[in-house]
Design a protein around this ligand. Structure first.
Ligand code: GLC
Length: 464
């Protein structure tokens, strides 16, 4: 009986974890489908944590986890003080968002998501709700003409036709109505019982709504509001995913009132896509597997967000994935119907690390030849079989994308098993001469010649 109950609970949790509610608003649906065609986006984590090059925000939270390193010779309060004071050192004098947008465009990216405020509460925009912001006097960069960083980033990418996404952390560890200085801050949650201090939480909600209203009003057209910090949610929505984070679940609701945020935001930004990460339901218009690619296509809109290195923010000597690996990830995600949001951390001086520039250029070289298999494509069975991924586009073309191992020499013969269609023509993108191929049922054998040698990372066969 007990086993049955456990199984039942697991299944329930699994069902909850899968829940997706399609938005009712036509404008949101339209934008969602436009976004779904973009396929490839740039994510950026940039803030005061980039100055010393440490994990974003998390080290001021006293949860004990190996991914949250902290100097153990300094006591916690001193450490927090030091961290929060990093705003006084933020001075990215080489900040050039047009250049960032150019790199991203060249890589074939078509939308951007930028950290307007991470959990540490430092606003990368000119909020009127707090002085803990990029434009405050004590921040050296505040005198720079481009001080309102979020505005500059959005404008630069908009000029290059990117869709614009605002990352915003619901929790704010700098706000005294979230982490009340009267008490210790043992974990990521707000540190007082909201049932006993309802006014304090109302003040926090008010602050959050006002900051979001600023972002939705003064920063031009915004397409996506990407809300992080999934533990800020009504208790009733806690699911298996939240439990898996291992953080305590408070006895009270950390309800930020998403319906009224959505109403305000969409009055200013009609059709706005809302991503209330992991909460599921009406305000999570697409889901966001983090640092992983699902095994199979998901039957709702989704986006894998993943770091190009190992960290979200800039850390010195990060280990970056190779161009080969990144191309394969993009292809794998797209073949399963998702979008790929690839994250980089700009340096404290405002430039991208050399390795980032190198990887973006490498992906761009591949995309120049092969993007027609990516943009606006849909998944088609068998999706991914061994090292071949499949996509299809509106005109009925099917693309078989053969993933080449890093530095492997080109095979002379390629077998495509279980082709979704009988082929009439097959072309290899990036190669002009005719291909030699034979077909038996749905299996095709392709013979490659020496002229394909210059192709790297993944060969794209267009099948009609
Ligand atoms: C993880 C990190 C968080 C980061 C987010 C991006 O949840 O903990 O800091 O912003 O990923 O998806």
């Amino acid at each position: 009986m007990r086993k049955v109950t456990i199984l039942f609970l697991l299944l329930c949790n699994f069902a909850i974890a899968q829940t997706y509610t399609a938005p009712a608003d036509e404008k949101v649906r339209a934008k969602l489908s436009q976004w779904g065609d973009k396929k490839f986006g740039l994510f950026m984590h940039w803030g005061i944590y980039s100055v010393p090059g440490i994990v974003e925000s998390w080290s001021i939270n006293s949860e004990d986890a190996d991914w949250i390193p902290r100097d153990s010779t300094v006591n916690y309060d001193e450490y927090k003080k030091w961290y929060f004071n990093l705003n006084k050192q933020f001075n990215p004098v080489k900040f050039n968002p047009d250049q960032w947008a150019a790199y991203a465009k060249q890589a074939g990216m078509q939308y951007v998501v930028f950290t307007t405020k991470h959990h540490d509460g430092f606003a990368m925009f000119d909020t009127k709700q707090s002085d803990y912001k990029i434009t405050a006097k004590e921040v050296p960069f505040s005198t720079n003409a481009k001080a309102n960083i979020t505005k500059e980033v959005f404008e630069a990418f908009r000029k290059k036709d990117f869709m614009i996404g605002a990352y915003f952390s619901k929790p704010d560890w700098h706000n005294e109505n979230y982490w009340w200085p009267r008490y210790a801050t043992p974990d990521r949650n707000n540190n007082y019982d909201i049932r006993l201090h309802p006014q304090r939480w109302r003040d926090f909600k008010d602050f959050t709504h006002k900051q979001l209203a600023e972002l939705m009003t003064d920063y031009g057209n915004i397409d996506i509001l990407w809300l992080d910090g999934g533990w800020v949610r009504p208790k009733a929505t806690v699911n298996a995913e939240v439990l898996s984070w291992g953080a305590p679940i408070p006895a009270w609701d950390q309800d930020i009132d998403m319906p009224s945020i959505a109403k305000m935001a969409r009055a200013k930004q009609p059709g706005l896509i809302m991503v209330d990460r992991t909460v599921h339901g009406e305000y999570e218009n697409y889901q966001t597997p983090e640092q992983k690619v699902p095994e199979k296509p998901l039957d709702y809109p989704w986006e894998t967000c993943m770091t190009m290195g190992e960290a979200w923010g800039y850390v010195p000597n990060d280990k970056y994935k190779t161009v080969n690996k990144l191309v394969h990830l993009l292809v794998d995600v797209v073949a399963k119907g998702g979008n790929f949001l690839l994250n980089v951390g700009p340096k404290p001086d405002g430039t991208f690390p050399d390795a980032v520039i190198d990887r973006l250029a490498g992906i761009g070289k591949w995309m120049d030849v092969n993007k027609e298999a990516i943009y606006a494509s849909k998944p088609i069975a068998p999706y991914k079989q061994d090292n071949v991924c499949y996509t299809t586009t509106k005109d009925g073309s099917v693309y078989a994308i053969y993933l080449l191992e890093e530095n492997a020499s080109l095979p002379l013969k390629i077998n495509l098993k279980g082709l979704p269609k009988t082929a009439k023509t097959i072309n290899l993108l990036g190669v002009k001469e005719k291909l030699k191929w034979t077909q038996l049922n749905n299996n095709v054998t392709i013979h490659l010649s020496a002229s394909t040698k210059k192709l790297q990372h993944a060969l794209v066969f267009k099948i009609n």
